[in-house]
Design a protein around this ligand. Structure first.
Ligand SMILES: *Cc1c(COP(=O)(O)O)cnc(C)c1O
Length: 406
């Protein structure tokens, strides 16, 4: 802002003017709303808020940060530190908590995958760092993936310029390995659909001395998954910070071998002239991520689980009282592993499509976001609800089911 603009700004900003200028008459100050009054920006902007029965998805702004995270953000926001010092210190703490040699905070799991792959490709060679995503001159510029692991998140890999080499069987994996192979990538959520499991995948890669990366973005709980894959021997492990861990939505963790994390950091801020310059995660988020992880690891996970089960039971009991409706509680085997409800209804008794049901829940009071499942069923995820919201969801579901009953 130019000085002239600052003066103009102050003259039209009564609150700032009154606080900054001691010349303001007392009556004028008294007439101005307290400068400390908290603004409710969501309300001011007229944004719709809702009960999150969907789960931890980016569209729904994922999870709510815990108080510990907000304290970390607020408590660190008034001082400067060096960005690299911060990544060093926080990285050390995270690595120790997760049985890794080293770690760094990234802007989400997505960039953890990009930066980790970049680190594998470049090592500590800054010329190579500057060349990415042009890897045509690199001796190693291929990453091997299983066909069933593709489609959702492997775009992260091609962002670095590499070519994906697709395999289905262990035999194909052996044959695909060549002097061009930089890394192999495993997508944990897809483990049940792949022909090659973790142990075999790792054993083959290790035999050929090829670094391996695993994407476990949404795969805590169980909390043990934070160290399980490091213990198993993966060289790089990528996790989301803003899902179950309830850190900043824009944060994530890359952890693994020390030399690979050091290399990955060359492609990330604060350096420029690299592919990761736009993947900045700020000081407060880095500390927020650390606080979130510490809190998550120390949580009483048995108690959390029981709380989710109780919520699911309240909803199931209410729904099961409606003639023709049925609620079952299940636990997804991988990713978002929490007690979840599948609610079905007999369409000859309840004239309602799942599309109308989700629309009515969204348009109701309070608004509820829940995913459709099939034509006459929906899924209700309870773990992102605030305490007590399960009762509201139970009431709204039964209201809609009863209204549509013939
Ligand atoms: C959510 C997710 C990502 C992306 O993670 P962000 O933290 O949103 O960047 C990557 N992979 C999988 C499997 C995910 O579920």
């Amino acid at each position: 802002m130019k000085r002239r603009d600052v003066v103009k700004y102050l003259s039209i900003a009564p609150v700032a003017g009154a606080v900054a200028g001691s010349a303001a008459p007392l009556e004028a100050v008294a007439a101005i709303p307290a400068a400390t009054a908290k603004r409710d920006l969501i309300k001011e902007l007229g944004l719709r808020t809702f009960i999150n029965a969907y789960g931890v998805y980016t569209t729904h702004t994922a999870s709510l940060m815990s108080d510990e995270v907000l304290d970390a953000i607020n408590g660190s926001s008034k001082k400067f530190v060096l960005y690299n010092d911060l990544q060093d210190k926080v990285g050390e703490k995270i690595a120790a908590m997760c049985h890794a040699e080293a770690a760094m905070v990234t802007s989400g799991c997505w960039s953890a995958i990009v930066l980790g792959t970049a680190g594998v490709l470049t090592g500590m060679d800054r010329k190579k760092v500057a060349l990415l995503p042009d890897v045509s001159s690199f001796e190693k510029n291929e990453v091997i993936v299983q066909r069933s692991h593709m489609g959702s998140y492997d775009h992260t890999l091609t962002n670095t310029g590499i070519k994906r080499v697709v395999v289905e069987t262990a035999d194909e994996l052996e044959k695909a390995i060549s002097p061009k192979t930089a890394m192999t990538w495993f997508y944990n959520e897809a483990a049940p659909w792949g022909k090659i499991g973790h142990e075999e995948w790792l054993a083959i890669a290790k035999k050929h001395n090829i670094p391996t990366m695993v994407d476990i973005a949404a795969d805590v709980p169980p909390v043990e998954n934070l160290w399980k894959f490091n213990d198993m021997g993966y060289d790089l492990v990528c996790v989301s910070g803003g899902k179950a861990i309830r850190g900043p939505q824009s944060a994530g963790i890359l952890m693994g071998r020390k030399h690979l994390i050091a290399a990955a950091r060359l492609s990330a801020p604060p350096g420029g002239n690299n592919i990761g310059r736009g993947m900045k995660v700020n000081k407060e988020e880095i500390l927020g991520m650390y606080a979130a992880l510490e809190r998550f690891i120390n949580l009483d996970h048995g108690k959390e689980w029981k709380m989710w089960e109780d919520r699911a039971a309240i909803i199931a009991n209410a729904v099961n009282k409606v003639r023709g409706a049925k609620a079952e509680i299940f636990v997804p085997p991988h990713a978002n592993v929490t007690p979840t409800l599948r609610i079905n209804w007999d369409q000859s008794l309840i004239k309602l499509t799942s599309r109308d049901m989700t629309a009515n829940l969204r348009d109701g009071e309070p608004s509820i976001e829940a995913p459709k499942y099939v034509e006459n069923a929906l899924i209700i995820s309870v773990w992102m609800m605030q305490p007590g919201e399960e009762k509201i969801v139970a009431r709204r579901l039964t209201e809609e089911l009863n209204k549509a009953s013939v």
